[in-house]
Design a protein around this ligand. Structure first.
Ligand code: NAD
Length: 541
């Protein structure tokens, strides 16, 4: 920055629109939905200024109507991946040298485009591609993405403002350099906001990025690229590749210019990538930054003092919204015997009131799961629970993939606290409940802490303050986002920075300054105004 200490606009959370009958946003999103549904997309690779169409294509289908084709995307070969590296490194020369306020303006403009002219289209694309209800799309592809873009600009300004003291005759300055090389962003299917944020946050800090979206989210990712381009993002700053994930990853990690990975997805994939980075470590010019937010087995624990209706509502929303496909979704629940029947009766009442089908019909609370692989996996666990003696399907248990990948919201009740669905991440609308003896509160805290390898989100419900205090302490390391008397989902940027430890990730808290700090390599510059001319210190005299 040359000519002023510029203040960035104060970030405030984007208000969530209601989409109530008769509202203009409802009309706009339904119109956009119809248009996108009927306009086939041809999603290219974006490498520098080029839209590359390799002809090696895949098709895109909405999960809730898998016979409908939304268009095609092009897969990269090794040559395109290598080209993306060289184009990104070339773009870095100008991008890394650009004044921060220019970078900020691009992403603030992108936020305003999504809040305004692109809002209906972004939400409709997410409803279609990822089978989200309009509310789930609004809180993701509109509000959360807008919040990431605006808050990150504020966090960046705060980081740049963090400067060391200077003593007499000396001026100390820290500049927050982008990483020396390129950043690889790998994004999951389940949040359009995460998809946009992982490449954008690294780019905002002056990095060039090669981004590989999930194959199941290319349709809405392609619209994010359109928004970034409209916002004025220069060519080559964020390059986009689709195709064989392992080949793309291996090629990028083999480059000595690989400087960091910004990953969100499953634990196994992240651990494999980490291993590969380790194997290549002697090739890199700089130690790569490794940031990964991964799986979860998120819990709700109710104390005997909890209110059953509140616990039931948290289960209903926390486990089933977006078909349980949030990394934060509640998937194991611990109920005290004295309150279990009442709580479960409320849950059943809720589940039986759900309507399931296309997100275009706003009466539906539940739509499809993302793809056939996920559907088959969930059906297998449900069938197993039907057979197992230590498990019972309390409600739900049906499934049908004839039109879309529909799994009924399912509650399994088990007598075995280590039953497979209490421990394994299923990533679907299936929640398992274990009923504990009221007298075993302390043992249950230990059980909750030790049952899963993950530690992403968790919630405790109680009215007894001693119980809350005990749980906060006993479960200190069981969740990176811990909720008291609230469902474990729905983190808001700038309010609940998100991420977990253990097998759930590096806990670099998306939507916080901590995350942005991973994308810089600070340089301290010490300048002495009048350098000494005699080596002798006074004590020598
Ligand atoms: P996924 O692991 O299947 O895919 C994530 C990304 O990794 C995709 O872009 C995919 O193409 C890529 N990938 C797959 N195989 C790869 C390989 N061998 N090498 C390199 N990249 C590869 O995950 P998903 O199904 O898209 O998303 C669901 C998972 O993401 C769940 O485990 C969920 O808990 C997790 N998630 C975590 C958070 C969080 O903040 N902790 C947020 C969202 C999702």
């Amino acid at each position: 920055m040359g000519k002023g200490f510029f203040k960035v606009p104060k970030a405030v959370n984007e208000p969530v629109k209601s989409y109530a009958p008769g509202s203009p946003e409802r009309e706009a999103v339904l119109k956009a939905y119809k248009e996108l549904w009927n306009t086939p997309v041809d999603a290219p690779l974006y490498i520098g200024s080029e839209e590359v169409r390799t002809g090696n294509t895949g098709e895109m289908h909405p999960p809730h109507d898998h016979k409908h084709c939304l268009g095609i995307y092009h897969n990269a070969n090794k040559a395109e991946v290598e080209k993306a590296i060289s184009v990104a490194l070339e773009a870095r020369k100008k991008w890394a040298a650009l004044a921060w306020e220019e970078r900020a303006a691009i992403f603030l403009k992108a936020a305003d485009l999504i809040a305004g002219p692109y809002r209906a289209k972004m939400n409709a694309a997410t409803m279609i591609a990822q089978s989200k209800t309009v509310h789930q799309a609004e809180i993701d592809s509109a509000c959360e993405l807008i919040d990431f873009l605006r808050f990150n600009v504020e966090f960046m300004a705060n980081i740049y403002n963090d400067q060391p003291n200077s003593s007499e005759g000396v001026w100390n300055r820290v500049e927050y350099r982008p990483l020396e090389g390129f950043v690889y962003a790998v994004t999951p299917f389940n949040f359009t906001a995460i998809s946009g944020n992982l490449p954008a946050s690294a780019a905002l800090m002056g990095n060039v990025v090669i981004w590989k979206p999930s194959t199941s989210q290319i349709f809405s990712a392609n619209m994010i690229v359109e928004v970034f381009k409209k916002a004025g993002l220069p060519d080559g700053v964020i390059n986009v590749l689709h195709g064989n994930a392992a080949m793309i990853t291996d090629t990028l990690l083999a480059s000595p210019h690989f400087a960091g990975i910004h990953f969100t997805g499953s634990t196994n994939v992240f651990q494999d990538i980490w291993k590969k980075i380790g194997n290549n470590i002697h090739n890199y010019r700089t130690y790569p930054k490794i940031v990964g937010e991964t799986g979860g087995k998120d819990f709700i624990l109710a104390h005997p003092s909890a209110c059953p209706k509140q616990v039931a509502t948290a289960i209903t929303r926390g486990a089933f919204e977006y078909q349980g496909q949030k990394c934060s979704a509640a998937s194991r629940v611990y109920l005290p015997k004295s309150k279990a029947d009442e709580t479960l009766a409320f849950v059943k009442e809720d589940v039986l009131s759900f309507k399931m089908g296309s997100p275009e019909n706003f009466e539906n609370f539940i739509t499809a799961v993302i793809h056939e692989h996920s559907f088959d996996k969930l059906a297998k666990y449900i069938d197993q629970a039907k057979k197992d003696k230590d498990a019972e399907i309390f409600v739900g248990g049906g499934y049908d993939k004839s039109k879309g990948y529909f799994i009924e919201p399912t509650v399994i009740v088990t007598t075995n606290p280590h039953y497979t669905t209490m421990e394994t991440e299923l990533f679907g609308p299936v929640v398992t409940v274990y009923v504990y003896d009221d007298s075993k509160w302390e043992e249950t805290l230990k059980l909750v802490d030790e049952t899963s390898a993950y530690a992403l989100t968790g919630a405790i419900f109680a009215t007894c303050r001693y119980a809350i205090d005990e749980a906060v302490k006993a479960l200190e390391n069981a969740a990176g986002n811990f909720y008291v008397n609230d469902k474990p989902t729905g983190a808001v940027v700038g309010q609940q920075p998100f991420g977990g430890a253990r097998a759930s990730g590096t806990n670099d808290k998306a939507g916080s300054a901590q995350n942005l700090l991973r994308w810089v390599s600070p340089r301290l510059i010490k300048e002495t105004f009048v350098p000494p001319v005699d080596y002798r210190y006074p004590f020598l005299g």
